[in-house]
Design a protein around this ligand. Structure first.
Ligand SMILES: Cc1cc2nc3c(=O)[nH]c(=O)nc-3n(C[C@H](O)[C@H](O)[C@H](O)COP(=O)(O)O)c2cc1C
Length: 328
């Protein structure tokens, strides 16, 4: 899979998720097998660029290349400016968000709301592609609502504008996250354009990844929620696609090691106060389905320091490891 001059090590991508795909999580997913990890979206409103949050989102120090940064907005001139600004800050790929139904984004007519206005889509894509020398990619849904699945027309507009890769979430804007993603429209989009197409939506297992690749003919798959608390899903899918066999599940000790490494990176990146808070949701995802997980999460959510958080984790994993040994 190529995006412009970049050859990805495989065809597995981490989906952009605001509040989740920060630098520590992107790095971890890349280490564990993702060929590309798209950043959280950065607003095209330059008034926000100096804020601590946006500065952190634009921090790519030490990140495995290529570094892809997502921008969101509805004004072609501002989007072009945002693209230039992020390239100046190290972005090697600019990704445009027309796939996110979040209220905050849609109310200002950005994200997937833009799919309603194909003329504006074309003007934004032309402006951004014209503004930077790096490859520009696009993320869309299949359409505005189930009676307006204009994904094919938007894909053609994207190809015409010089977009280098198109990720499609198999839901319409109106579907939010309800129901199951559908892949027929993604297949139709793949058949309609020559640029690489990336299939996204509800891919949670290696089998599902293979099924979606076969059904849609897509060049790659993009995984969002299934990577939360399971960043090793990328190496699992990679191995399965290459061999048809499953890797063994990570052991309790492996999960402990991966999670502690992740948390230390979060503490370094955000500092103690914010790091402890950001870590809570990841700890909760890692411990989902484990015995005693809900009592553990309740305790974790109440402590305020890294030392207390780490002590709770140690005690929890010691108990899990003892249980695993007894069961062995
Ligand atoms: C918490 C969360 C935040 C998201 N933020 C973004 C975003 O900033 N930009 C975007 O294009 N999509 C965003 N999405 C959508 C995902 O990229 C992806 O398209 C969607 O979750 C479907 O894939 P999945 O079923 O593998 O999770 C977000 C999804 C979630 C769950």
């Amino acid at each position: 899979m190529h995006i412009g001059p970049y050859e990805l090590k495989n065809n597995l991508m981490l989906a952009p998720m605001a509040g989740v795909t920060d630098r520590p999580f992107r790095q971890l997913c890349k280490q564990l097998g993702a060929g590309l990890a798209v950043s959280e979206m950065v607003s095209s409103n330059s008034l926000l660029w100096g804020s601590a949050k946006t500065l952190r989102r634009a921090n790519h120090e030490g990140e495995v290349e290529p570094k892809s940064v997502q921008i969101a907005g509805a004004d072609p001139r501002m989007m072009a400016e945002a693209a230039r600004h992020n390239v100046d800050n190290g972005a090697q790929i600019i990704d445009i968000n027309m796939g996110c139904p979040a209220k905050k984004v849609c109310n200002v007519m950005a994200g997937s709301a833009l799919l309603q206005d194909e003329d504006l889509v074309a003007r934004i894509l032309d402006a951004v592609v014209g503004a930077v020398d790096v490859p520009v990619t696009l993320k869309i849904r299949t359409g505005w609502d189930t009676t307006h699945r204009n994904g094919i027309r938007v894909a053609r507009i994207a190809e015409q504008a010089g977009i280098r890769s198109l990720a499609v979430h198999g839901r319409t804007r109106a579907c939010g996250y309800t129901g199951e993603a559908e892949y027929d429209t993604i297949r139709a989009i793949k058949q309609a354009v020559r640029i690489p197409v990336v299939a996204n939506g509800d891919i949670r297992t290696p089998e599902k990844a293979r099924e979606v690749l076969e059904h849609t003919g897509a060049d790659a798959v993009m995984i969002g929620r299934a990577a939360q608390g399971r960043p090793w899903i990328f190496r699992e899918i990679d191995h399965f696609l290459a061999t048809g066999r499953h890797l063994p599940e990570p052991t309790v000790e492996e999960i402990r090691t991966i999670m502690l490494g992740h948390l230390h990176n979060l503490y370094d990146f955000y500092g103690e106060h914010t790091g402890v808070r950001v870590a809570r949701k990841h700890i909760s995802w890692y411990s989902k389905g484990q015995p005693g997980g809900s009592v553990f999460r309740d305790r974790v959510n109440r402590v305020e320091s890294t030392a207390e958080q780490l002590a709770l984790i140690d005690a929890f994993f010691d108990r899990l490891a003892a249980g695993a040994e007894l069961a062995a």
